[in-house]
Ligand binder design. Structure first.
Ligand code: SF4
Ligand code: SF4
Length: 135
């Protein structure tokens, strides 16, 4: 998928390092995410939530295995890639970048797929367009 002016792959290419899938980071799952993932792994929503989710306030987040990684990070890949939560699909094109463009550089500190050698105006343009598609 590309943006009108800046192709998203010119500013971000996932390196499959798994860094963003490690640790209790609060990968929220919506009702739609829960239904999609449960169907993908051939279980029902209640069982999925009980086995793989944790509460975070009033919402659910994906839980971690003993390794510290998300339950669905195995053999160095996301095993639910086609239905991964919206948060995972959106990364790194998130509203916080529009709120403060400095966040792009901060995020790049822990995500080797993010390029910081492109004009921030191009980054903002791309983030805006990707968010439109996801909404
Ligand atoms: S931290 Fe970035 S490069 Fe690494 S897996 Fe996550 S999105 Fe991909
Ligand atoms: S669902 Fe996939 S991309 Fe998202 S945190 Fe888990 S392993 Fe990573």
């Amino acid at each position: 998928m590309s943006c009108n002016h800046t192709a998203s792959e010119n500013i971000f290419v996932c390196q499959q390092c798994g860094e963003c899938c490690n640790g209790f980071g609060g990968t929220y799952v919506s009702e739609a995410d829960i239904r999609a993932i449960a169907g993908f792994i051939h279980t029902d929503a209640d069982t999925f939530v009980r086995r793989y989710c944790r509460r975070s306030g009033s919402r659910y987040v994906l839980g971690q295995a003993d390794s510290g990684y998300c339950f669905f990070w195995k053999d160095k890949r996301c095993t639910i890639h086609p239905v991964k939560p919206r948060m995972c699909r959106a990364w790194p094109f998130i509203p916080n970048v529009l709120k403060d463009p400095e966040n792009w550089k901060i995020m790049a500190g822990s995500c080797p797929g993010i390029r910081t050698d492109v004009p921030i105006a191009d980054v903002l343009d791309c983030v805006r367009r990707r968010l439109e598609v996801l909404s």
